[in-house]
Design a protein around this ligand. Structure first.
Ligand code: XIL
Length: 603
């Protein structure tokens, strides 16, 4: 009986389309691979706490897959006195986001305004060195506090003015008194501090009136070009997109600016979109204006979706009730896709239409799949442990794959599945931020290429799926680094099973076990996702190795007993005559060579 129900269910499920027609912004955005967000508030300036308003909270969580604190992560809230921090409202917003599978954008770490009352007077007598310490401590404390919770930060906000010279604005961080850096040096420094505090967060420069060509965009472009050239850790630029019916970028202008940033390898987030309209005494706009506004929302969303470096969209507020426009631009309002009654406006329909009708290139790219030990792309090998980055789909917080009673890893983790020619890969973990750890099924052996399909079917929202075709190789070896960075001291044990290190080196003639992945097929075969039950050799031969450039004797190359199939163990004997210290280890399987930069400590 049970069997019968089960098989009926299977047939039914197979016949069902992947997702029903989307009815919310977040459902429509999911297959496009972008988070869609809104600026949100808790009680950062006192009661009432907006998150306790169920109309507000329900709209936010049902329509949006991301939120950004409109104020709760700014200086005036987070550092009320020089020696105290207040992350309560930010934490509350983060908790709300996590409870609703939403991502969090952080805003902002360094701005010229919205300071706590003690800061401006302090700056008037402080030295640049004191200002540098202050800013460094603030950035480090805040980014560390939210590490792993905030996926992207607006590190520096609105640093350029609106003059035709697009000069750097006066600011306590720049010239009043500044942190002791010239030009955009203070901005670069802020990015470096933020990166040091959370290396996995995406870092953005955010500004307005840079959505179209002009002196301000030119100034930003030359700054970020300089940052990219000089290794300043920056991932993208935020276009605020506070526009009006009478003033907004054309499709061509917006595309041009996005492409100029794409050429530098930078992403673009639309961070604060609203389209303000003239309103009557009760805050309502004319029907005609609402139609024009809808068209602007639709155009902006469509243009963005066509640009591969467009990775997030956000509006500045949840509904007319909490929009900043009426208080800052008297006579204007009605700027968002939801009105005073939390009901959709024509702008909502326009955004839905744009997301449902714009076809975009598949968001899974060949370059999204890298070897988990080296982080290098290229062909995949049977059993290779890979990291699949598909940053916009996946659980907001990391979910670990739980092996079953036999030690076998699951193929669905947190709603994510990765298939190779339809065969589900065992998954070690899944996270939108850190990617997905997948083991290439051994079934790809002997093929020229494999179609990788990334599926995400979250508990809430629509399912998504996209594919990329990757070449297959017999082997694609790489060695794990001890600190998981892809280079430096390798994941290597000495003969007594202690970790090899500078203080625990190995002598000439001694033996080491080197751990990696990408060794390819196993003699006798191997079960996907199961632990290796014993030692079995790599099928692809020969296996050779060098240490310090000198050939090392390969004693064993194959499975790593006890570890999952796909992990590779290579036992080597240390050649004589090496200089004591870290020596590079390179393993070749067939014709494929492991990454450079992995070392073993030799004495
Ligand atoms: C605004 C908030 O929405 C207001 O509540 C606050 O009083 C002032 O700041 N550009 C930005 C945002 O980067 O931080 C601003 O937010 C709007 C303009």
């Amino acid at each position: 009986m049970t069997m019968k129900i089960l098989s009926c269910l299977t047939v039914l499920l197979a016949a069902m389309p992947l997702a029903a027609q989307p009815t919310t912004l977040r459902q429509a955005a999911a297959p496009q691979g972008i988070p869609i967000g809104a600026a949100a508030s808790a009680d950062e300036y006192g009661p009432p706490d907006l998150l306790l308003n169920t109309s507000y909270a329900n709209l936010l969580s049902s329509q949006y897959s991301m939120l950004e604190p409109g104020n709760a992560m700014k200086w005036d809230v987070t550092q009320p006195t020089q020696t105290t921090y207040n992350f309560g409202p930010g934490d509350e917003l983060v908790a709300f986001a996590q409870a609703n599978q939403m991502r969090v954008r952080g805003h902002n770490l360094c701005w010229y305004t919205q300071f706590p009352s003690w800061l401006q007077p302090y700056a008037e007598t402080a030295t640049p060195a004191q200002m540098a310490t202050l800013l460094q401590n603030h950035i480090t404390t805040e980014v560390t506090h939210f590490a792993g919770q905030v996926f992207a930060w607006d590190v520096v906000n609105e640093a350029f003015d609106d003059s035709s010279a697009a000069a750097l604005r006066d600011s306590i961080w720049y010239n009043q008194p500044g942190i002791g850096q010239t030009g955009t040096g203070y901005i670069a420094q802020a990015f470096k501090w933020a990166h040091a505090a959370d290396p996995s967060a995406l870092l953005f420069y955010n500004d307005y009136n840079i959505e179209e060509p002009g002196p301000k965009f030119d100034a930003v472009l030359s700054m970020v070009q300089d940052f990219v050239n000089n290794g300043v850790p920056i991932n993208g630029v935020g276009f605020e997109m506070h526009v009006l019916n009478a003033y907004y970028p054309s499709a061509t202008q917006l595309a041009q600016n996005m492409q100029a940033l794409a050429a530098l390898g930078l992403q673009v987030h639309i961070t604060e979109m609203d389209v303000r309209l003239p309103v009557d005494a009760s805050g309502n706009a004319s029907a005609a204006d609402l139609q024009t506004q809808a068209q602007i929302y639709q155009t902006i969303m469509t243009v963005c979706l066509q640009q591969p470096n467009y990775t997030a969209f956000q509006v500045w507020g949840v509904s007319y009730n909490d929009s900043w426009i009426p208080s800052v631009f008297p006579g204007y309002g009605a700027a968002l896709p939801f009105d005073f009654n939390y009901k959709p406006t024509p702008a909502f329909t326009a955004l839905m239409t744009a997301m449902q009708t714009t076809t975009t290139p598949p968001s899974l790219k060949v370059s999204n799949v890298v070897n988990a030990a080296s982080y290098q792309g290229g062909p995949v090998a049977p059993g290779e442990i890979v990291t699949v980055y598909n940053s916009t789909y996946g659980p907001a917080t990391l979910v670990l794959g739980q092996p079953d009673a036999t030690g076998k890893f699951p193929t669905n983790v947190g709603g994510v599945q990765v298939l190779f020619d339809g065969v589900p890969a065992p998954l070690l973990y899944a996270s939108a931020n850190s990617g997905v750890g997948a083991i290439v099924p051994f079934e790809v052996a002997g093929k020229q290429q494999t179609v990788v399909e990334y599926q995400y079917n979250p508990a809430s929202g629509a399912a998504v799926s996209n594919t990329a075709t990757l070449p297959v190789a017999a082997a694609a070896p790489a060695i794990f680094a001890l600190n998981e960075s892809g280079s430096g001291p390798g994941a290597i044990l000495n003969l007594d099973y202690t970790v090899n290190s500078a203080s625990n080196p190995v002598s000439a003639g001694g033996y080491i076990q080197v751990f990696g992945t990408g060794g390819g097929a196993i003699v006798g075969g191997a079960t996907d996702g199961a632990p290796a039950s014993g030692a079995a050799n790599l099928a692809t031969q020969p296996v050779t190795a060098t240490i310090g450039g000198v050939a090392a004797k390969v004693v064993y190359a194959g499975t790593a007993p006890g570890l999952v199939n796909g992990a590779m163990q290579v036992d080597l004997q240390i050649p004589a005559g090496l200089t004591p210290g870290p020596q590079p280890v390179v393993i070749t399987v067939g014709t494929a060579v492991s990454q450079s930069g992995i070392t073993v400590a030799v004495q």
